[in-house]
Design a protein around this ligand. Structure first.
Ligand code: RIB
Length: 296
């Protein structure tokens, strides 16, 4: 499978509470960890057993090198990751409170340099039977080009995160659209919080083009809506430490399962398990062996 997306270094700051404007609070701890929605999804997909080719752009700095080495250590193929000369690797500043909730500010750095030519380098893979997994944390032309290059045998899994309105022709090429409650509500135009609302949103969003829609609901699991399928899949219960990257783990594992030939429902179950497991530890690539961290 091919993952096209962002790669960041996450500065994960644990706090008792977030400051109000103008206030300073002391952190409980700081870790630097691998992040970026694309990299997180590639990581999860590799752990789920898929052969993953990652298309991304990092800076020509040590942080970029280190993160790519980490991805490679779990089997992600990084030959299509470009080191953009003179750029810094993307950074994300994440605060996590004791309830596991986070907020994130991303400085895109080299991710902003990912272009159509980078994606063209994966054209030979996308032309064949493969799964393309994309998100929206890189410039739109790169995502659009990847979907455009996906041939008739390719299946497109699109995680609409961070939310952005997409042209109908792109959504029409999507096999599985993965959105969380916030993204589903933004696209649908009504709030999504319950399983029933997610189901209704899923039906409505299918009307925008994708063959199947999966709406994730955090601890409440996910719903899948496709031809002849309307199912709520609960999340395995877990003691939540940090929800960062749970949606990425879900999408990566789901796409990997599809690439390995499993049906949509089984893929959603696996995604829910991986997403849930990720929340039990700090960091977006928490389930992965070999994730390094620096503590202070
Ligand atoms: O989805 C979580 C990710 O969002 C983090 O890893 C951060 O890098 C941002 O991309």
């Amino acid at each position: 499978m091919v993952v096209v997306g962002s790669a960041n270094v996450d500065y994960l700051i644990s706090v008792d509470r977030r400051p109000v404007p103008g206030e300073t609070v002391m952190a409980r701890g700081l870790r630097t960890l691998g992040g970026g929605k694309g990299a997180n999804q590639a990581f999860a997909a590799a752990l789920a057993g898929a052969e993953v080719h990652f298309v991304a752009c990092v800076g020509d700095d040590a942080l970029g090198e280190q993160r790519m080495a980490e991805l490679a250590s779990v089997g992600v193929r990084t030959a299509l990751v470009r080191r953009a000369a003179g750029s810094l690797t993307g950074l994300a500043f994440i605060t996590v409170t004791p309830d596991g909730e986070n907020d994130i500010i991303v400085a895109p750095g080299a991710n902003a340099a990912l272009g159509r030519e980078d994606v063209d380098a994966a054209a030979h893979l996308l032309a064949g039977p493969c799964v393309l997994l994309a998100q929206l944390e890189v410039p739109h032309p790169a995502t659009a080009r990847a979907i455009e290059l996906a041939g008739p045998q390719a299946r497109v899994v699109l995680n609409l995160s961070p939310w952005r309105r997409l042209p109908a022709e792109l959504l029409g090429r999507v096999d599985v659209l993965v959105v969380n409650e916030v993204e589903a509500a933004a696209m649908w135009g009504s709030p999504v919080g319950t399983v029933a609302e997610a189901m209704e949103a899923g039906r409505a969003l299918r009307g925008a083009g994708p063959s199947a829609v999966v709406v994730t609901l955090g601890a409440a699991g996910a719903v899948a809506v496709a031809d002849g399928l309307e199912e709520h899949v609960p999340s395995p219960p877990v003691e939540v430490v940090d929800t960062t990257g749970a949606g990425d783990a879900f999408a990566g594992a789901l796409a990997a399962r599809r690439a390995l030939g499993y049906d949509l429902l089984e893929a959603v179950r696996y995604g829910a398990a991986m997403g849930s497991a990720t929340t039990s530890r700090l960091g977006a690539q928490a389930v992965a062996p070999g994730t390094s961290s620096l503590s202070c």
